[in-house]
Design a protein around this ligand. Structure first.
Ligand code: KG4
Ligand code: ZN
Length: 331
C-alpha cells in the first residue's frame, strides 16, 4: 500500500498528513491563528510568509510522528485550489519539488475534495451521496455522483457559514476564528431567546444565505446592548444549523439520497452535529481532528485517486470549482 504525504496550505493553517490504506499515520497542523487574530481575519501576504517559514518543520514533524522517513513516501499530494493564491503556491510548489526530486508521484487535490474525503476514511461509504461543506470560505451542497464526479446543487449567495460565525463572534467581542468561542458561549444560552428568521425561507432550490442573519444580530445588539450574549450566540447557532438542515433535507428528498456527508470547519460544531444526527438521514461527519483544514484529508483524497500519473502542469487556482477538478490524466 502506498504511503501518501498530503499538504494543505490553502488558507492560514499549514497542514501535513501521512496516510496509508485509509489510516492516518500523522496529522500535524501549524496554526497561524495568533498571527491573524489581531486583524480579525486572515492577512494573505502574512499567511504565505508563515507557510514558507514553517512548512519544512511541519513536514519533518509529520514524518517523525508517523514513524516514517522520506524514503517510505510514495506519493506527495497538495491542495491546488481554491484558496489564497500565495498560500496555495507554497504547499503546491513544495509538494511538486519534493516529488520531482525523489522520483515520486505528485497529485493535485481540490480543497473541498479533501474535506469530503475526511469523512470517508473508514471506507464504509461510497458515492453516490450528498455532501454539505460548511467552512470559513465555502458553504455548498454537492451531489457526489461517482468517485471524483461532483454536481453542485447550491451554494451560499453571500457569506459562508463559518464566515458568519466569525463575523457574529466579532460583534459579540469574541476572538478569531469565531466558531469555537461562539459555540462555547452558546452552550450556556437559550437557543429560543431570539427567533431570527430562517434565511431564504420558503424559497425553492439549494442555496444558502447568512449575511442577513449576521445583520439581524448586529441590529439586535444595537437595539438591546444588554442582551445576553450567550442567548444571542445560541439563537444564532440554532438558526445557522436549521438553515443548513432545511436545505440538505430538501435536497435529500428531491434526490432520494439517504447518505449525507457534512464536512468543513463548521462541522466541528456540537449543536450542529447533534441536530443533524436527528434528521432521519445517515449523516457522516469527519473525525473531530480532521474537521478543520489539515493535510491528512488531502492525502486521503489523493489515495482515492490512485493510481495516478503526476500532473506537473497543475497550477494554483484560487477560484477552482469542485465540479471541474477532475484530473486530466490518470492511469
Ligand atoms: O474548514 P476550515 O478550517 O477552513 C476553511 O476551509 O475555510 O473552516 C474554518 C471555519 C472558521 O470560519 C471557523 O470559525 C469555523 O470553521 N469553525 C466553527 C467551529 N470550529 C471552526 N464554526 C462553528 N462551530 C465550531 N465549533
Ligand atoms: Zn477548508
Amino acid at each position: 500500500m502506498p504511503v501518501i504525504l498530503g499538504i494543505d496550505t490553502s488558507c492560514d493553517d499549514t497542514g501535513v498528513g501521512i496516510v496509508r490504506d485509509g489510516v492516518v499515520l500523522a496529522n500535524v497542523v501549524s496554526s497561524q491563528t495568533d498571527l491573524h487574530a489581531k486583524y480579525g481575519g486572515v492577512v494573505p501576504e502574512q499567511a504565505s510568509r508563515e507557510h514558507l517559514s514553517v512548512i519544512d518543520h511541519v513536514v519533518s514533524e509529520a514524518l517523525t510522528r508517523g514513524g516514517v522517513t522520506l524514503d517510505d513516501i510514495d506519493v506527495v499530494a497538495a491542495t491546488y485550489g481554491p484558496g489564497l493564491v500565495g498560500a496555495l503556491l507554497v504547499g503546491l510548489t513544495y509538494a511538486k519539488a519534493l516529488a520531482w526530486s525523489r522520483g515520486l508521484t505528485f497529485v493535485g487535490i481540490h480543497h473541498l475534495e479533501g474535506h469530503i474525503a475526511s469523512c470517508l476514511a473508514t471506507g464504509e461509504l461510497e458515492p453516490p451521496f450528498l455532501s454539505l461543506i460548511a467552512s470559513g470560505g465555502h458553504t455548498s451542497l454537492f451531489e457526489v455522483e461517482a468517485p471524483g464526479r461532483y454536481l453542485e446543487l447550491g451554494k451560499t449567495r453571500d457569506d459562508a457559514a463559518g464566515e458568519a460565525f466569525d463575523k457574529v463572534a466579532r460583534l459579540l467581542g469574541l476572538g478569531f476564528p469565531g466558531g469555537p468561542p461562539l459555540s462555547n458561549l452558546a452552550k450556556r444560552g437559550n437557543e429560543q431567546a431570539y427567533p431570527f428568521k430562517l434565511p431564504l425561507r420558503g424559497q425553492a432550490g439549494y442555496d444558502f444565505s447568512f449575511s442577513g442573519l449576521k445583520t439581524a444580530v448586529a441590529v439586535l445588539l444595537q437595539k438591546e446592548p444588554q442582551a445576553s450574549k450567550a442567548d444571542v450566540a445560541a439563537s444564532f447557532e440554532r438558526t445557522v444549523t436549521e438553515s443548513l438542515i432545511e436545505v440538505a433535507l430538501r435536497a435529500a428528498n428531491a434526490t432520494g439520497h439517504q447518505d449525507l456527508v457534512v464536512a468543513g470547519g463548521v462541522a466541528a460544531n456540537s449543536r450542529l452535529r447533534r441536530r443533524f444526527s436527528q434528521v432521519g438521514l445517515r449523516v457522516h461527519f469527519p473525525p473531530f481532528e480532521l474537521t478543520t483544514d489539515n493535510g491528512a484529508m488531502i492525502a486521503l483524497a489523493a489515495e482515492r485517486r490512485l493510481p495516478a500519473a503526476s500532473d506537473w502542469e497543475i497550477d494554483a487556482e484560487p477560484y477552482l470549482p469542485l465540479a471541474e477538478s477532475e484530473p486530466s490524466s490518470t492511469t
